[in-house]
Design a protein around this ligand. Structure first.
Ligand code: PMP
Length: 397
């Protein structure tokens, strides 16, 4: 096993080794985290709506656990793991999504890998935006379909690939709605037009847009009014819902197919019912507590404009993900460490998660942050930027 040590040394030298930290939530300060015992402003979490510590969700999970008297589900859903709570949640999800049916998965990674490999196989083709999440890429690899990777949001490139593969048996276009490392949006109207022109299926991953966009948090497809043009909607409960798990929604036909063909659903144990009950409570809150979305979108605009005013280059938009592109891995890592010493947790994202030369700090915002916390954060980010030479001068009003 010596090879491992050599490979790990290489990773360490390239500032690419990954390490674990122990993080704990802080009940009195939901915008903060205790990281290895230190209190840090949490600009690294995907708990966008601040629901992970919501007392109603925690209480519903506690009650469900005690009422059921079982910690685990004991088997996959198709064996004896399918509690009544699953059906109730799936009905509520279908109503929320205005779709015929929905299906709950253990997590987003399993939903993406399982669904893609259930939809396509040898002789088929998947058109994949180069910035799509790793779980989508892994689903394509598992499926054995041909992988047609198009340049990020480049519709002309996608069109050329669709044309090249026009005679393939099944064609699937798949995209993140909001890209996880850049926070920008897919060109969904154009994707719908192309899928219609080339008779392809369209799958949209709303992991970073579900709960945030749409009048009731349904996601970006609903905001754009194209929900009925998308064949396969997928979203997670691990981000804006503050919990764990995922769903797919669409036609009855799709859900019936997935129930029969999705291997992570068939061959893996069902989520415990207490989690499913907690998700149902989170879904109610996502639909009704509109102020959480409004506050998050306001924070996102404020944080971006403050960084831009200070002299940083930050992309426009209102998503909760705000990347600060640094470039080289070592500077990104030093930036993240310096922020930590300033009391901020903001991870350095490096290759292979992002392309070479685009290492970045990925800030993610939450309803749990106050505007004062964000203002303080921007001034500390500025001083780190100046110290590391990422910023020439800092304009702050
Ligand atoms: N899709 C996207 C776009 C994601 O960002 C993630 C998680 N980072 C997933 C899927 C996987 O979801 P989960 O964490 O629930 O496995």
């Amino acid at each position: 096993m010596d090879w491992m040590e050599k490979e790990l040394e290489k990773l360490e030298r390239a500032s690419l080794e990954r390490r674990l930290h122990v993080s704990a939530p802080m009940a009195d300060n939901p915008g903060f985290t205790l990281s290895d015992g230190r209190k840090l402003l949490n600009l690294s979490s995907n708990d966008y709506l601040g629901l992970s510590q919501h007392s109603a969700i925690i209480e519903s999970m506690r009650e469900s656990l005690l009422a059921e008297g079982a910690a685990g589900s004991g088997a996959s859903r198709l064996v004896t793991g399918n509690r009544a709570s699953y059906g109730q949640l799936e009905e509520a999800l279908a109503q929320w999504q205005n779709s015929e049916k929905a299906l709950v998965f253990a997590n987003g990674y399993m939903a993406n890998t399982g669904v893609i490999s259930a939809l396509v196989g040898r002789g088929d083709v998947v058109f994949n935006d180069q910035f799509n999440h790793a779980s989508i890429v892994d689903g394509i690899i598992l499926s054995r379909a041909e992988h047609a990777r198009y340049r990020h949001n480049d519709m002309e490139h996608l069109r050329a690939l669709l044309h090249k593969h026009r005679d393939k048996r099944r064609k699937l276009i798949v995209t993140d709605a909001v890209f996880s490392m850049d926070g920008d949006q897919a060109r969904l109207h154009e994707l719908v037009a192309l899928k219609q022109e080339y008779d392809a299926m369209l799958m949209v991953d709303e992991a970073h847009s579900g709960g945030i966009y749409g009048v009731h948090g349904e996601g970006l497809c609903h905001t754009l009014g194209i929900e009925h043009e998308v064949d396969i909607h997928m979203g997670t409960f691990s981000k804006a819902f503050g919990l764990y798990g995922a769903y797919v929604s669409g036609s009855s036909l799709l859900i019936r197919w997935l129930l029969n063909k999705t291997r992570p659903l068939i061959y893996s144990t069902a989520l415990p019912s207490s989690i499913v009950t907690g998700i149902a409570k989170a879904l109610e809150l996502v639909q009704t507590e509109h102020w959480r979305r409004e506050q998050l979108l306001g924070s996102s605009r404020y944080f971006r404009s403050s960084l831009v005013k200070a002299g940083f280059k930050v992309s426009e938009g209102d998503s909760a993900i705000v990347p600060l592109i640094i470039g080289d891995n070592d500077t990104a890592l030093r930036f993240s460490k310096a922020l930590e010493s300033e009391g901020i947790s903001a991870v350095a994202i490096r290759p292979p998660t992002v392309p070479d030369g685009t290492a970045r700090i990925r800030f993610s915002l939450s309803t749990a942050h106050t505007s004062k916390e964000l203002t303080d954060a921007v001034s500390r980010i500025c001083s780190v930027g100046l110290r590391l030479g990422v910023l020439g001068s800092c304009n702050q009003s």
